[in-house]
Design a protein around this ligand. Structure first.
Ligand SMILES: *Cc1c(COP(=O)(O)O)cnc(C)c1O
Length: 381
């Protein structure tokens, strides 16, 4: 199946519907009542998706997701606070970099490439270090695709009386989370992942009381979430130019998200994509990095085939020629690549991906996708 536009098997930006793209054909005045109503609707709908009407507010932030992460850390972690970052991949590490720029204190529980942080060890670290005020967790660590155990960690953080900040960039919209059952001060996401909007803004769903208490924390004017929120509450407008077309597209994307059955419906489709993809790849001898319990319905890491003919760039180019953009791996120890399950992907596309992978292996004269450790084990057996 060759299409005019490639399918993006990536964790975002992803393929959007035609109707989402068409929603961008109108121009909006950022100060105008119509656009202010659009922003209000967007915020209200996002807060409702976490059952946060009584506790949390939505603060949108121009830029990519990282801008919203940086704004949230800078606004919520006080200058004399201390953050525990639960790292198991690139996005946890990025939060460490942000803290370095901010010049604020942090420690990391670094689990390496793909081990999940567990509630018990988090609780032990918090019990031993009363200076830690906040904990940051990546919900789905997109570098490996692992779905981290957010409930268990939230419970540990709450038991120790600290505050949790969740980077749910690649999970929110497709993985359910309720502020009524999981305690967190902020959940951060963006327009262009599981909500299937186009890139241009992120947002933080912040506990109102935590935001109210954050005055003076932010290091940066443009990334001050409190200031953004206060201006929004007062005027209905974003401070500084909002990505108007992106907001219009996002509202259409939210409509389509609801029509698909909301978070539950979207999760079901992504989960089905993931299972179909993993089963098909395993039939060709490929192995996933993670065991099934830790696989997310967002993105999957596969070990690269161990055959000497395999070369990622050649594989990538030939997949692209067939209409599929795949994603390189991000592991430090093993060669790997990733396939995303999110965006406008359905059974027909997943089956076409599998057909393309089989054809490309054939062209490269690689008999199957078995990784190097499987080939070595077979050779010594
Ligand atoms: C995509 C992503 C981000 C933000 O990335 P941007 O490129 O800045 O949009 C942050 N955290 C996670 C877990 C992500 O998947």
């Amino acid at each position: 199946m060759k299409t005019e536009q490639p399918y993006l098997l990536t964790p975002g930006p992803i393929n959007t519907t035609l109707s989402v793209k068409q929603a961008m054909l109108q121009d909006w005045g950022s100060w105008d009542g119509d656009f202010r109503a659009m922003t209000a609707r967007l915020c209200q709908q996002l807060v409702a998706l976490i059952d946060g009407e009584d506790s949390h507010v939505c603060v949108p932030m121009q830029g990519s997701g990282t801008f919203a992460v940086e704004a949230t850390l800078a606004t919520l972690v006080p200058k004399d606070g201390k953050l525990l970052i639960l790292m198991n991949g690139a996005y946890g590490q990025r939060m460490g970099k942000i803290m370095n720029y901010l010049g604020r204190d942090y420690v990391a529980l670094d689990k390496g490439d793909y081990e999940p942080p567990r509630g018990e060890e988090v609780e032990a670290i918090l019990a031993a270090d009363p200076a830690i005020t906040h904990v940051a967790l990546v919900h789905c660590e997109t570098s490996s695709g692992i779905l981290n155990p957010v409930e268990e960690i939230a419970e540990a953080v709450a038991r120790q009386g600290r505050r949790l900040i969740i980077d749910s960039m690649s999970a929110f919209g497709a993985v359910a989370i309720s502020a009524k059952t999981v305690q967190f001060d902020a959940l951060i996401s963006s327009a262009n992942k599981c909500f299937e909007g186009v890139p241009g803004f992120g947002f933080s769903l912040v506990r109102q009381s935590a935001l109210d208490a954050s005055k003076g924390n932010a290091h940066s004017l443009s990334l001050d979430l409190l200031d953004q929120w206060q201006y929004l509450a007062k005027t209905g407008q974003w401070r500084y130019t909002p990505p108007t077309h992106v907001v219009a597209a996002f509202l259409q994307a939210l409509k389509e998200h609801a029509a698909e059955g909301g978070i539950v419906g979207r999760h079901a489709r992504y989960q089905r994509n993931q299972q179909r993809l993993v089963a098909g790849m395993r039939r060709m001898g490929f192995e996933t990095l993670l065991s099934d319990v830790w696989l997310s319905p967002i993105i999957i890491t596969f070990f690269s085939p161990g055959h000497s003919n395999f070369d990622f760039q050649a594989f990538y180019d030939r997949m692209k020629a067939r209409g599929f953009i795949i994603y390189p791996g991000k592991l430090t120890e093993a060669d790997s690549f990733r396939l995303g399950c999110i965006g406008q992907l359905h059974d027909v596309q997943i089956d076409a991906v599998l057909t393309a992978v089989a054809a490309v292996l054939d062209e490269l004269q690689i008999p199957n996708g078995a990784p190097i450790h499987a080939l070595n084990a077979a050779a010594t057996a």
